[in-house]
Ligand binder design. Structure first.
Ligand code: LFR
Length: 479
């Protein structure tokens, strides 16, 4: 048995988990969880990356002696370093408003269709490419000698070594998904200096050893290697989809976001795929994560925050009692991206589309869950059609697996069986890639077999009237 520390940073909390893996066993224990509280400064919304780093150090201390450490987090965001390697300012949060109006400027130089053909990335205002364009004339960027994506920044602080992990780099919109290398032409036309990025590294590559100071701080005995994992949390989560061999599956990684799609051998770069706003992010072993970003449980998290944090279990029970599909909103709409006033914005969207306006927290919660299930249905159906890749089952992984109502509604909406679990997919994917790098598990398929043998999974069969979902979908698309 070996022990691996998986640092997994989400939009609202970070955690350090210890995974113990053997040839036929895999268990995960939480060593430390800490809040991730973005700060609204006079300049805009920022990540408190120092408090995250402190949380990582506390977590490693709580984890105790481990054989390796791996880090994953949300995508697209980065820190800039000066010539001495010191951080220039707090990393900007992807929900910050600085990219408003920027995509249009980018498309004036590289038309959106060309950008998609070259990078395969969905349109999302927060893609690193748009963030860098928004920052073009900032003093920070002028002084910057290095750009490190969030997990790479923390790895650098832990080990002193710099790199750019590929699965996360693929969310910058500066990578060609066919080659897994930089999209030199796009960068050049947009005046983005690729020299800012450290050399690419891949999941499984060594990322240095914990520095002396870190060993002192955490009480660990060196040498402790840091291993590159799928540092984009969604890449790690997809690696931990417990698909059985030969199964044709779609996946939905649920949490703050719902990322719904397929694991493919090659990107889909067609115009139809661009129009449907599917993304081709890179996964483990040269795979493509062909998926759509759906607003996810963010919609509910924001409402719950507004309602003063009521008991979630009770809220979900009450929502289960509300009549189904009375009103739905487009959970893929980036109008819901920014924080604040979420119940009001959802009510407004229902009002504008001539549907009954949900009023109580239970009604709004039901509206959100129905809308999410509907968005899941649409993404799963469209991904299959666009990639010509039919599936028989939908795997739900991540925090949303704890929401039984959402899982059942997703099965009903998709008209397919849903297998839910594991909840801590990103951390498990992180652990498994470390275990693989150290020779403990074999290929991707055997990683997944280990998950199916060791993790509790719940199966939901589709129920109810498929016509009701078709009608709700038609109501949304008619507008
Ligand atoms: C999920 C996620 C998504 C990415 C979004 C923003 O945590 O990583 O995959 O699109 O956050 O970075």
């Amino acid at each position: 048995m070996k022990a691996y520390a998986a640092v997994d940073l989400g939009a609202s909390s970070g955690r350090v988990m210890v995974g113990r893996a053997g040839r036929d066993s895999l268990e995960l224990v939480e060593a430390h969880r800490f809040p991730n509280r973005p700060v609204r400064t006079p300049e805009g919304l920022r990540w408190d990356v120092l408090s995250l780093y402190a949380g990582v150090l506390d977590g490693l201390k709580a984890a105790g002696q481990v054989d390796s450490v791996g880090i994953d987090s949300w995508a697209v965001d980065y820190g800039l370093l000066d010539a001495d390697g010191a951080l220039l300012g707090n990393p900007v949060h992807y929900r910050d408003a600085r990219t408003e109006g920027v995509p249009e400027k980018v498309w004036a130089t590289v038309p959106a269709a060309e950008l998609y053909a070259a990078t395969g990335l969905q349109y999302a205002p927060f893609n690193t490419l748009y963030q860098l364009t928004a920052a073009r004339s900032s003093a920070q960027l002028a002084y910057a000698k290095r750009l490190l994506l969030i997990p790479d920044l923390l790895t650098y602080w832990l080990t002193g070594e710099q790199g750019t992990e590929l699965t996360n780099a693929s969310t910058t919109q500066l990578i060609d998904p066919r080659t897994g290398d930089w999209s030199y032409d796009v960068a050049e036309r947009l005046g983005i200096d690729l020299g800012l990025f450290a050399p690419l590294r891949r999941p499984g590559d060594p990322a240095g050893l914990l520095r002396e100071r870190v060993l002192e701080e955490t009480g660990l005995t060196g040498p402790v290697p840091v291993t590159t994992v799928g540092s984009h949390d969604t890449a790690s989560a997809v690696a931990a989809v417990p698909a059985t061999g030969g199964e044709r599956f779609a996946y939905i990684c649920t949490g703050t976001w719902s990322l719904a799609g397929l694991e493919l051998a090659a990107p889909v770069l067609t115009e139809a795929s661009r129009a449907a706003n599917f993304t081709n992010e890179l996964g483990l072993d040269g795979t493509v994560r062909y998926l759509r970003n759906i607003m996810g449980l963010w919609l509910l998290q924001e409402c719950v925050r507004e309602w003063g944090d009521p008991d979630l279990g009770e809220l979900l029970r009450a929502a289960a009692g509300v009549p189904a599909l009375r009103s739905v909103v487009d959970a893929g709409d980036s109008a819901f991206l920014a924080p604040g006033r979420m119940p009001e914005r959802i009510a407004q969207a229902c009002r504008e589309s001539g549907q009954p306006v949900p009023e109580t927290p239970a009604e709004i919660t039901r509206c959100i869950l129905d809308s999410l299930a509907l968005a899941h249905r649409r993404a799963v159906a469209e991904a299959q059609a666009l990639a010509d890749h039919p599936v028989d089952v939908v795997h739900i992984v991540g925090g949303g697996t704890r929401n039984a109502l959402l899982c059942q509604l997703t099965a009903d909406a998709c008209g397919l069986p849903v297998v839910a679990g594991p909840a801590e997919a990103a951390a498990l994917g992180n652990v498994l890639v470390q275990a693989r790098a150290h020779g403990l598990v074999g290929d991707r398929a055997s990683m997944r077999q280990l998950l199916t043998r060791t993790q509790p999974l719940v199966r939901y069969e589709p129920q109810g009237d498929p016509a009701a979902w078709r009608a709700a979908q038609a109501r949304l698309t008619a507008r």
